[in-house]
Design a protein. Structure first.
Lengths: 296, 210
């Protein structure tokens, strides 16, 4: 489904979506009981930071770029912000910058992280389904951006203006994340925590896990010394985002923003929602470590 | 009923030990209660076969015992009046109808008759937007999923997967046996609120051949 074209002039044109580029926002909570994933930007922290830098409302739509290769041509002078993964971009990250018509914004390489966010002053104009512009192509809710797509501004929002006397607007250093050094990720016990043998619970926290190549917006697969699957049959039950499901092969899968709402695999734990933003920025082949946090 | 914590701001409540009529009624009453009078700060909930997940907004105290007590009262007090079954007309004859008939040891006509002869319960929605897990399927029609899932199953496909039957609301990959097709749209994202989903957990469904 093509987004409806607003009666305005576009600001950017997609020269290449690279490995993948799509509209996202804060997602659509409230529909998971109908089987609709909540979606939303994979790294909510980075997406929110990009909007905040430009003074956009928190629900504004951004473009999420997967790894390298995305390129955009600037069609009209505008203010932009780029956050998230370090993909050797042509323009600075974690700060507002002015782009002139004719320039090209490139995300050409890969240093660290997985997902980069491009925000436009006022937010991108994007079609909404079920209260959100977050793309869920598998369900027909939008489609990934393609070469030639023209991107418009949300004209109901004011343009960005650098306050008088201010020369730069830069994210606080504590918000600029270096994804090559994620902290240990906090994990709460999952509903089937007690089903796992003490040895396996220790094994889960004692070893580094590697993010596998078969990882996407639905879930990240982790590889390491496998956990023994509990010898109990299970009735399918609701799954929370961040859950660490353990399938029969003993290699956990972290359920993520576009992941299933119901599942039949035991869940040893659930990653703290705040730490999920670090997890999703861990590139395939890179390690993650977990640390236990308890309800007591 | 019992509950378990499930990370910050969430609880999982188990309201039955096995799938069946009792669990279905209970899940239905819980859904109705959560829709009618959601507890303060409820961000979202998901009802499934024997359990319900409740997630709360930040900074709302989550008291599992109180939630269980409230839902217990709601289930006991109100038996929600049964709604008429949702009718799904089906054009039987999918690519796996023959396979299902062979597995069941009956003719294709008999498979259709048996599949239509049951009033199904929507135990859970999941896998895809609006995808219903329907039970209880006649045990003779319990046919294992395909060894190799199809890359593309058309929207509207009526299918059997193990002990469940269901309908694919959107085109997707899938490993269930396809036995028919319906023109009913189970998921219509462009529609208004109530019309977006043809089914919800707790509904009853009847298939009618056309």
């Amino acid at each position: 489904m093509m987004p409806p074209v607003p009666m305005t002039e576009p600001f950017l044109e997609v020269l290449s979506p690279g490995l993948g580029a799509a509209f996202h926002d804060q997602g659509r909570p409230g529909w998971r009981r109908f089987g609709v994933p909540a979606g939303g930007a994979m790294d909510a922290h980075a997406a929110a930071c990009a909007n905040r830098l430009l003074g956009n409302p928190p629900w504004s739509t951004v473009v999420e770029c997967l790894l390298h290769g995305a390129r955009f041509r600037v069609l009209r002078d505008c203010w932009l912000a780029l956050t998230g993964a370090d993909l050797r971009p042509s323009h600075p990250r974690w700060r507002v910058f002015r782009a002139a018509a004719g320039e090209t914004i490139r995300l050409d390489g890969h240093v660290s992280g997985v997902w980069a966010y491009l925000a436009l002053e006022g937010g991108f104009a994007a079609p909404h389904w079920l209260d959100s512009a977050s793309t869920l192509a598998a369900a027909g809710l939008g489609r990934p951006l393609q070469k030639g797509d023209q991107l418009h501004r949300c004209e109901s929002e004011p343009r960005f203006e650098m306050p008088p006397g201010v020369t730069a607007r830069i994210a606080h250093w504590s918000e600029q994340r270096d994804y090559s050094h994620p902290p240990p990720l906090r994990v709460w016990p999952g509903p089937q925590w007690d089903w796992f043998a003490p040895d396996d619970r220790h094994r889960f926290f004692d070893q580094p896990w590697t993010v596998a190549a078969q990882s996407n917006r639905l879930g990240y697969r982790l590889t390491g010394e496998p956990l023994a699957r509990p010898a109990r049959s299970m009735i399918s039950e609701p799954v929370r985002i961040g859950s660490l499901q353990v399938p029969p092969d003993g290699q956990p899968v972290v359920i993520l923003r576009d992941g299933p709402t119901v599942g039949g695999y035991p869940k040893i734990g659930v990653v703290d929602p705040e730490d999920l933003d670090w997890l999703v920025q861990t590139a395939p082949g890179r390690p993650v470590r977990f640390t236990a946090i308890s309800h007591d | 009923m019992r509950w378990l914590p499930y990370g910050p701001q969430a609880v999982m409540i188990y309201f039955a030990d096995e799938v069946g009529a009792e669990a279905f009624q209970c899940g239905r009453a819980i859904r109705a209660a959560l829709e009618r009078r959601p507890p303060p700060g409820l961000r979202e909930f998901v009802v499934s076969f024997t359990s319900v997940l409740l997630e709360f907004l930040p900074a709302h105290a989550v008291d599992g015992d109180a939630l269980v007590a409230a839902l217990h009262d709601a289930v006991g007090a109100s038996a929600p009046s049964p709604e008429p079954p949702r009718v799904i007309p089906v054009c039987y004859g999918g690519p796996d109808l023959g396979r299902v008939a062979e597995h069941a040891g009956m003719s294709e006509c008999d498979v259709i008759e048996v599949h239509c002869g049951v009033l199904y319960r929507v135990y859970s929605l999941g896998f895809a937007p609006g995808f219903p897990y329907l039970g209880d399927l006649d045990p003779r029609l319990h046919v294992p999923r395909l060894a190799t899932p199809r890359v593309r199953v058309p929207a509207g496909s009526v299918a059997i997967g193990g002990e469940h039957t269901g309908v694919y609301p959107v085109e997707s990959p899938g490993g269930w046996n396809l036995i028919g097709h319906t023109a009913i749209r189970l998921f219509a994202p462009e529609a208004d609120d109530d019309a977006r989903f043809f089914l919800r957990a707790g509904d009853l469904v009847r298939f009618v051949p056309e």
